[in-house]
Every structure is written in C-alpha cells, then in structure tokens.
Design a protein around this ligand. Structure first.
Ligand SMILES: Cc1ncc(COP(=O)(O)O)c(C=O)c1O
Length: 375
C-alpha cells in the first residue's frame, strides 16, 4: 500500500477489483465494446487514481460533464470520451478543443456543433441521444426522424454513435425496458429505410441491462455501478460476478465512559441506561457519512460490529461499545471488509441512510483521502 494519509479517515480503493470487474463485463458482452462510466469522481472512488489505471482496459470512457472530460485530458487520458449529460451550446468549443464526444440531444445543439466545428476547421464527434422513455434528455423517439435527417447534412460532424438510456433495467419485470428497446429499433429503422448505414456505435445498456437484457447490448455497453462491484438493484439477476472495491477506514479518536442521564450528541437522541463505553470517530456527514443514518448505522471496531449512537455530526460521530474496550487509534471500518471477516456493504449503508448505493458512494466527499492499492 502507498503511504497512508495523515487523516485517520480515508478510503482504500482496490484497483485490481475494478480491473477484474471490467474484464468480467468485457468477457460477458463480447464482441460489444465497453464504455467505463467514470463520472462523479468514478462513482466516488477517486477518478485521479481510477482513470489512469482503468483507461488502458476500456474502449470508451463515459462522463457526465464536459469539465470532467477536460480533467481527464489533463490527466493524460487518451481514450475516446463521451459526455453523457446534457450540454449547453456555449460549451461546444470545449468539446472541440479537448477532443471530447458530444451527446447531441436537440436539433439546435447539433446545428451549433456543426457551425462551430466548421469555424474551428475540425471534425467534432457526436453521438445522437434518443429519449425512448427516460424523459430526461434526448430527442423523443417519435420526433427522431427530422433529427436524424438533419444529422446527415452536418458535414463538420462525425456521427459516430446513436444511443438511449433505460429507466427500468434493473427490475425483474423488463416490460418498460423492452418497450424502450422497441422504440429504439424503430428509430434505427430510419437508416434501413434509406439503405444507409446506421452510426457505427449503437448503445443503450447500463448495468441492469448488461446483466439481464442481452438484446440491448448492441455495439457498446455502458457499465457504471457494477464496474465498482455493486449490483444496480436488490432483485437484479447477477449474471456477471463483480466485487466491491472500497474500504472506508477510520480510527478511534476518543474513548470514554458515558453515564446514564448524559445523552449523546446534538438533540440528545440517545442515552445509555448504565455506564457504557462510547467512542468518537473522526468522520461525519461532511465526509458523506449520512446524518440520516443516526442511531441506525453500524461500524466495525477491532473486527467486531457496534451500533452508531447519537446524532451524526458534521465531522464526528459516536459508537456504543457497551462493555467492550477500545483505545484511541484502534481500527474502525465504516464500509468494506475487516480482516477478521466482518463486513459492511454499500447496500447496508444505503438502507440505513434511506438512499441507494449510488448515492452512498458518490457522496464520499473530496476531503476523505483516497488510497489506491493494487496488491
Ligand atoms: C447515460 C448513462 N449511461 C450509463 C450509466 C451507468 O449506469 P449504471 O451505473 O446503472 O450502470 C449512467 C448512469 O447513471 C448514465 O446516466
């Protein structure tokens, strides 16, 4: 392991797990290409360490924001990068300058992109975004024909891809996903009708669809959450094996006996009925340890699970050790597996916080140092 940060609270990221997850996905979807979705700081894992390590094994990289793309270019990443989110016309020059692929989600954006690429004397790569049922961004499937028609005359754009996004691909009932796929097929029929080739890369599948809807794999898939070893829903078919890569470490910062009648933390939400050992852990909701987990979460101290007690503060929270002993500096695990075998999963944190695993991971804030390991 590289040198540990001075902060006792840090996130250990197992890069080899990420690579193995990517390899497992690649093997399953072959010959489709794989776009590694590294948006939102690589789902909280720390894009500065994850992107340079994973990029050589990924065909494409998917991000949400053009600024994330510029950041990866500055890190020296040369893969094709598609900016999946909605971009504004005034951001188009940034795509041209940084060789980023634009998701064209309106006819106006397509036209601006064509004009600006012309002025810059460059060819800008574009993927056409079709909304088949997510109602987020993209041209509706039922209005796509003039949009596709227009794209054929944009001589300064390279229309490299066409894509859509599923709203419900991780659930057991794939009725909506199948409807979305049918609508996408109808859009693609535009090319067949004219006897012209469709854009070379058709893509639609996020993690749920990769796992349980192979008909939607097309020419490329876009795994996000499962790349990080987390399944996109409790009921999704686990057709590919993936392993989580995060261990969230901390250490005991304070250890004391708390007596009855002395409630713990803001709002006095918890107190013990007998003298009990209460620990203070130097991590709080400003680190992404959700305040909504108050009196619900558990942590592992010296290999054993204990309940979190009293309101979680911005930078610290407390743990009830009952009769047990622990010293300042002892090991605490907030997420991941302890050496003794006990573990806390992203699903558990999500349950305690009243959210999903995506939000748990992407909310681990920038002030928590990331330590990347490959062993
Ligand atoms: C357009 C698009 N594609 C792919 C993904 C990856 O989704 P998942 O993390 O469910 O695999 C996302 C994530 O939200 C997305 O917005």
């Amino acid at each position: 392991m590289s040198k540990l940060p001075s902060r006792p609270t840090y996130l250990e990221v197992d890069l080899l797990h990420l690579k193995q997850n990517l390899e497992n996905i690649k093997a399953y979807v072959k010959p489709a290409k794989v776009m590694a979705v590294l948006k939102a700081n690589a789902y909280g894992h720390g894009v500065d360490g994850v992107a340079p390590f994973l990029a050589p094994f990924a065909d494409y990289i998917g991000l949400a924001l053009v600024e994330e793309g510029i950041h990866l270019r500055k890190l020296g990443i040369h893969n094709p990068i598609l900016i999946l989110g909605g971009s504004l016309p005034y951001q188009v020059p940034l795509f041209i300058k940084n060789d980023l692929i634009l998701a064209a989600s309106t006819p106006e954006l397509l036209e601006t992109a064509d004009n600006l690429a012309h002025l810059a004397r460059k060819k800008l790569k574009v993927h056409l975004k079709i909304d088949t049922g997510m109602e987020r961004i993209g041209v509706h499937d039922y209005e796509a024909e003039p949009f596709l028609e227009k794209s054929l005359s944009c001589s300064h754009l390279e229309i490299e891809g066409i894509f859509s996004h599923f709203a419900n691909s991780e659930v057991p009932n794939l009725i909506h996903a199948k409807l979305q796929l049918e609508r996408f097929e109808e859009v693609l029929y535009f090319y067949e009708k004219r006897s012209i080739p469709h854009p070379p890369i058709r893509h639609m599948a996020n993690s749920g669809a990769i796992l349980q809807f192979p008909e939607s794999h097309y020419d490329m898939v876009r795994p996000g959450v499962m790349l990080y070893g987390v399944y996109p829903g409790r009921e999704v078919k686990r057709t590919i094996e993936v392993k989580p890569a995060l261990t969230w470490h901390s250490k005991v910062a304070y250890s004391k006996i708390t007596n009855p009648g002395r409630p713990v933390s803001y709002g006095s939400l918890w107190q013990s009925d007998r003298p009990t050992r209460v620990l203070t852990i130097p991590c709080g909701y400003a680190d992404g340890y959700f305040r909504t987990m108050t009196n619900k979460a558990e942590v592992i101290v010296n290999g054993k699970k204990y309940p979190q007690v009293g309101r979680i503060c911005m930078d610290q929270f407390m743990v009830n050790l009952s009769e047990d002993e622990a010293q300042v500096g002892d090991e605490v695990i907030l997420l991941g597996e302890a050496e003794a075998g006990e573990r806390i999963t992203p699903e558990e944190l999500a349950e305690w916080a009243g959210t999903n695993e995506y939000e748990v991971m992407t909310n681990i804030s920038a002030r928590v140092p990331r330590v990347f390991v490959q062993e």
